[in-house]
Design a binder for this molecule. Structure first.
Ligand code: NAI
Length: 470
């Protein structure tokens, strides 16, 4: 329903208020570009802030506290068994979202970005129609599409939608199911699976591939898998989903592993089998924008589409579907529109799984280096040699580096351990600065800190990480 009849003209229209879109709008305003942002939700932040990265991290924080409190008994400090007030937990999590989305709204207002609540659809290469807003049409000089992605669902015949949760449903924290099945052992499945397991659900993970977290090197995934095996009822890999049926207030799930069929009942089923780009809902057929066979908008190095005034960034413009990639693309696209010679050409894009322990990597993984036949040297520093890790009782960590054997240039970093997601930033910076092993080894790292494991792994390139055994 179109509410208004107004046609507004803007220099830049941004479609989508997630981390890609709102950053694009803020940066554009800083460049003095008159900007409007259309977002269907009342508040900005996108899936990441409202029902993704941020609420899941809030809940993972709670899960970590529960887990640490349980282990404090090893140091002689005992807490009672935790009780969870689900309503209070949900209110607190919603408060985190409110605070951050309110902050983004303020930043947009402070820069005089016109925030329009409604749904945008292209009429042609210069015009969008807005559903549900006072403004019916916007004519733009430039447009940045940042319409994001949505959860991929399995076929209805296999898994009826009304029987399952997607990540957004799980993040509502309306209940702690007694028995939860997670289908898909990737980022979302493991993060939310760990949250619910710690809050008291009996969690089973069902994964189609032979391993969970298939993108990470096996030695980095190992400490996480070891912990998840203790926290969860079962991690079933190499499984083929056969079907689902309503069973009382729960769901009976049928699957097969190694040719053996099983049917198990669960109270809730979370499906986390990947995401798909939102390129099919915005009228792109009325423009010259090309979409590839996987649904991603085709863009050049400046994030310009095949329709020269229209740009695309974030999940809708290709993998990896990560907020920090979208934020960087936002800056590139705006700078390109402002006439600057900016290109999206990162040395690497870090990946972080925010479970406990966290798993993080950037650049080439060891598996990729082997598959590509690269001439590399891989160095590793187990956290048992880190004073800080021992003093936190968190020796379940490993830092590894992948160097070009000849030039000693850093090609990749992988870390598993507490706060690996923060530590990986040093690897990212080192790669952007084209560091060689010696640069990282001679840089004085604070002691005692787990960041020392990066310097130690770099020194191992020369065969002598000081705190590693022989
Ligand atoms: P994912 O791609 O990380 O993992 C999906 C998993 O489901 C894979 O292991 C896949 O083999 C498995 N799978 C696919 N079909 C299956 C089937 N029929 N039966 C059983 N297993 C099946 O996708 P996920 O976890 O849904 O996350 C989506 C995206 O959201 C991620 O790729 C990432 O871009 C983003 N994300 C990032 C986070 C972070 O940066 N920490 C956290 C959460 C999501």
């Amino acid at each position: 329903m179109v509410v208004g009849e107004l046609t507004q003209e803007v220099d830049l229209l941004v479609i989508g208020g997630g981390p890609g879109g709102y950053v694009a709008a803020l940066v554009a305003a800083d460049h003095g570009i008159q900007t409007a942002l259309v977002e269907k939700a009342e508040v900005p932040g996108g899936v990441c802030l409202r029902e993704g990265c941020i609420p899941s991290k809030a809940l993972l924080h709670v899960a970590k506290i529960i887990d640490e409190a349980a282990h404090a008994a090893d140091f002689g400090v005992s807490f009672g068994k935790p009780t969870t007030d689900v309503n209070k937990l949900r209110d607190w999590k919603n408060g985190v979202i409110r605070k951050l989305s309110g902050g983004v709204k303020q930043l947009l207002a402070g820069r005089k970005v016109d925030y329009i609540t409604g749904e945008a659809e292209f009429e042609d290469s210069r015009t969008v129609r807005i559903e549900g807003a006072d403004v019916a049409r916007i004519k733009f000089k430039h447009c940045i599409i940042a319409s994001g992605s949505r959860a991929k669902m399995l076929p209805e015949a296999l898994l009826p939608r009304e029987l399952i949760w997607d990540a957004a449903d799980a993040l509502k924290i309306q209940e702690i199911p007694r028995k939860l099945l997670v289908i898909g052992g990737g980022y979302i499945g493991l993060e939310l699976g760990q949250v619910y397991a710690t809050l008291g659900s009996e969690v089973t993970v069902l994964e189609a591939l032979p391993n969970i977290l298939a993108g990470a090197d096996p030695d980095l995934a190992r400490p996480l898998i070891a912990k998840l095996k203790k926290q969860m009822k079962a991690i079933i890999t190499g499984a083929t989903l056969k079907g689902a049926k309503k069973s009382g207030s729960g769901v009976a799930i049928s699957y097969s592993v190694d040719g053996k069929d099983e049917t198990v009942e669960f109270d809730r089923v979370l499906v986390s089998v990947g995401r798909r780009p939102n390129s099919d809902t915005i009228g792109l057929n009325n423009t010259q924008v090309k979409v590839n066979d996987r649904g991603f908008i085709e863009v050049d190095a400046q994030r310009r589409t095949t329709d020269k005034r229209i740009y695309a960034i974030g999940d809708v413009a290709g993998e990896p579907m990560l907020a920090h990639k979208a934020m960087r693309e936002a800056k590139v696209a705006v700078e390109a529109i402002a006439g600057k010679p900016s290109v999206f050409d990162p040395a690497c894009i870090p990946a972080v799984v925010y479970t406990d322990p966290e798993v993080a990597w950037c650049g080439v993984t060891e598996s990729e280096a082997t598959a590509k036949g690269l001439d590399v040297k891989v160095t590793k520093f187990p956290w048992a040699g880190s004073g800080r890790a021992v003093s936190m009782s968190r020796t379940d960590g490993l830092t590894k580096m992948i160097f070009d054997k000849k030039t000693q240039r850093l090609l990749g970093v992988g870390i598993v351990g507490a706060h690996a997601g923060d530590l990986i930033a040093e690897g990212v910076l080192a790669m952007e600065m084209a560091a060689v092993a010696e640069d990282i080894g001679v840089a004085i790292h604070p002691h005692p800190a787990t960041s020392e494991t990066l310097a130690e792994a770099a020194e191992a390139m020369f065969g002598h990480a000081v705190h590693a055994g022989h």
